[in-house]
Design a protein around this ligand. Structure first.
Ligand code: URA
Length: 205
């Protein structure tokens, strides 16, 4: 069950939207999560970053990108001169999805049902923020924002028009960088990621 659609459409600030999202039952992913993790940050520079879904640590803290992927993201943002609290960071899916393995909650990629159900929140965040640029971190974010399957390698690093006032930019998800086994590949891919964030910064300035 989605909180009243007219309430969502009438909400004119992110705090109000975030409060509504806490009661979202539009797909089953709320059941095992601690809470909905809504977007955070001041939304300066008309920049919005979209990730996949909260992980274990985000679910507990109630804040997006505070775990290992968040640390990579923070470092990369700092390298291009962004402070994370100043921009707006959110996820395509707001509840943590996981399976238990060896006593640990292992992240499970969100399915089509969760992505589609959660889309209303992302749309509402975009309406309230009216960002100039939406940076999509990885395939789930890109799929949700562009509403079609996306191959990252084919579409990254270029400006994609989204609507009259907003453009998009696809890049990798920071957890992809964490999964790369080889140091030199990881370093090279990290630099490519920073280069994409530089594109975003230069686009906005
Ligand atoms: N990965 C994401 O996509 N989002 C988070 O908030 C944390 C990890």
């Amino acid at each position: 069950l989605l909180p009243g659609l007219s309430d969502i459409q009438q909400a004119d600030n992110l705090a109000a939207l975030g409060a509504l999202a806490m009661d979202c039952r539009a797909c089953p992913s709320w059941e095992n999560a601690t809470r909905a993790v809504f977007g955070s940050g001041q939304g300066l520079f008309r920049l919005m970053l979209v990730g996949e879904q909260p992980g274990d640590q985000e679910d507990l803290a109630g804040i997006p990108f505070v775990g290992p992927a968040g640390q990579v993201l923070d470092r990369a943002l700092a390298e291009v001169g962004f402070v994370r609290e100043q921009i707006y960071i959110t996820n395509a899916v707001k509840h943590f999805g996981f399976t238990w393995r060896n006593g640990r909650r292992l992240h499970k990629k969100p399915d089509e049902i969760a992505i589609t159900a959660c889309h209303v929140w992302l749309e509402a965040e975009r309406r309230v923020l009216n960002p100039a640029l939406v940076v999509m971190l990885g395939a789930t974010a890109a799929r949700s924002v562009l509403k079609r399957p996306v191959t990252i390698s084919r579409e990254r690093s270029k400006i994609i028009p989204l609507d009259d006032t907003t453009d998009g930019l696809v890049t990798v998800h920071p957890s992809y960088l964490l999964r790369l086994p080889d140091d030199s590949t990881r370093q090279r891919e990290y630099e490519n990621f920073v280069a994409d964030l530089k594109l975003a910064r230069d686009y906005l300035h």
